[in-house]
Design a protein around this ligand. Structure first.
Ligand code: MN
Ligand code: MN
Length: 456
């Protein structure tokens, strides 16, 4: 009898050679789950005060200065925090890179106009990054940014975030009348980019002249900020969702907020570099701009002169190219979480899901790995072993089914410098929407992963 029972037990045992993806909820101790929830209290505060690239860099700069960390700033939109290592710089550096910009609606340079048939005044926008336009109408928007006045004074602008502030919004057509012009069109054509105009006022000035509402608004803006219409030309004003970051779900396990691509990684890597003490290798937390529009511009991942100048400033005797060739990088960016109701676009074995920890993407790009950074097996092994050794929940994924789309990160720009690079970051549901969703245990896993990497 005893023998028979034992045999049965053996047959039911799963092979230890099978790879099984485990959730962070299984891997983490209760204490770590509590730490994940606590970590996200500060994460939510950060998301609420850092909704643009400038605000994120200024948050990072202020925090780094307060705790006397060495920080370099590039044009107010990119930054690098440096922690010196025990080994010489010539042995290479460790870098975690994230981007601090998110999709949004930018104001045009001549944005103000009064629309006589509807008797309101609006602002013209040009959307920034990959958005699904129908997601950006009829939601409360706040205006953030800077205006450089004629006299050269920089006005920093934030309106729509406080409870008593006014908000702004893109109006949409009522369903009773939208059949022909919207409902029967292809989704991507239903809302035209040029129609993403923002409603900003309706009260006319008194008197007998044209554009009385626009005039009243310009008078108000001049009184409060000293600006004229021409000042909008030298401004960077961004319309972002006015929502606050919130817990999501009965169990509060998720976070819903604007801008988690990629400020989830900006915040977790910022916390990791701030918590790093006496690393073996000189470590850099690098924060770059304009990833969402192809990393073009003087504050982006393609500006290697920023990194080169930092290396030279740390030790002017080193050969910068040799340092780069020996360096190791994590491209900290988010991956797409499998979305319920749309599971068909994912190849589920190789897709990331909420709650399974930080996502490792060996490669990005699209169709035939085009435009991808494809990390070496050796580097994947190193990162995989590091995560396993530190019991950090992780999963591997690529973005969607083969030939079903795809996407890139800043990884390729650093691999071009001869560095080992891999993508690592949390999964995000509803990515690029005004209300992106992440899991608290994934956010904490990402922080632990970046810290373990920088310590290695
Ligand atoms: Mn991203
Ligand atoms: Mn993105």
């Amino acid at each position: 009898m005893a023998n028979k029972k034992e045999k049965k037990k053996k047959d039911n045992k799963e092979s230890k050679f099978v790879y099984k993806k485990k959730t962070a909820w299984e891997i983490f101790t209760n204490e770590q789950i509590k730490k994940s929830f606590d970590f996200c209290i500060d994460y939510k505060k950060f998301l609420d005060c850092a909704k643009t690239e400038r605000e994120t860099i200024s948050f990072i700069n202020n925090s780094a200065n307060k705790s006397k960390k060495k920080i370099f700033i590039n044009h107010g939109k990119s930054a690098a925090i440096v922690i010196p290592g025990k080994k010489p710089l010539s042995d290479g550096i460790r870098i975690v890179i994230s981007h601090v910009d998110s999709p949004r609606l930018d104001l045009k340079q001549i944005p103000l106009f009064e629309e006589p048939s509807s008797n309101v005044t609006l602002l013209e926008t040009h959307y920034y990054g990959g958005i699904k336009k129908f997601q950006w109408v009829v939601i409360p928007l706040a205006i953030h940014g800077v205006i450089i006045r004629k006299d050269g004074k920089k006005i920093t602008f934030t309106l729509g975030e406080n409870e008593l502030d006014p908000v702004f919004s893109v109006p949409d057509l009522l369903p009773h009348l939208s059949h022909k012009v919207q409902d029967t069109k292809k989704l991507e054509d239903a809302i035209a980019g040029e129609s993403l105009d923002i409603l900003i006022g309706s009260q006319p000035a008194k008197g007998d002249f044209s554009e009385k509402i626009k005039t009243a608004i310009l008078d108000k803006l001049n009184k409060e900020y000293g600006i004229t219409e021409e000042d909008f030309i030298s401004a960077e004003l961004e319309m972002v969702p006015a929502f606050k970051a919130r817990d999501m779900g009965f169990d509060r396990s998720l976070i819903a907020a604007y801008g988690q691509d990629d400020r989830a990684c900006a915040y977790t890597s910022f916390r990791a570099i701030m918590d790093l003490k006496n690393p073996n290798y000189t470590s850099i937390g690098l924060f770059v701009d304009k990833e969402e529009i192809g990393s073009e511009g003087n504050t982006t991942a393609q500006v290697t002169t920023f990194l080169r100048s930092i290396i030279k400033k740390i030790d002017s005797t080193v050969d910068v190219d040799s340092v780069m060739l020996k360096s190791k990088v994590i491209s900290a960016d988010v991956n797409a979480a499998v979305t319920p109701n749309y599971t068909d676009v994912f190849e589920l074995k190789n897709a990331s899901t909420l709650g399974h920890g930080v996502v490792m993407s060996k490669f990005t790009g699209h169709g035939g790995k085009y435009s991808a950074n494809d990390a070496s097996a050796e580097y994947v092994a190193e990162i995989r072993n590091l995560l396993n050794k530190n019991k950090i929940p992780w999963q591997t994924a690529e973005l969607g089914k083969v030939d079903n789309g795809g996407g890139g990160t800043v990884a390729k720009y650093f691999s071009r410098l001869g560095m080992e690079v891999i993508d690592l970051g949390p999964a995000v549901m509803s990515m690029h929407s005004p209300y992106e969703v992440t899991s608290k245990v994934d956010i904490y896993s990402s922080y632990l992963a970046y810290l373990a990497f920088l310590k290695s």
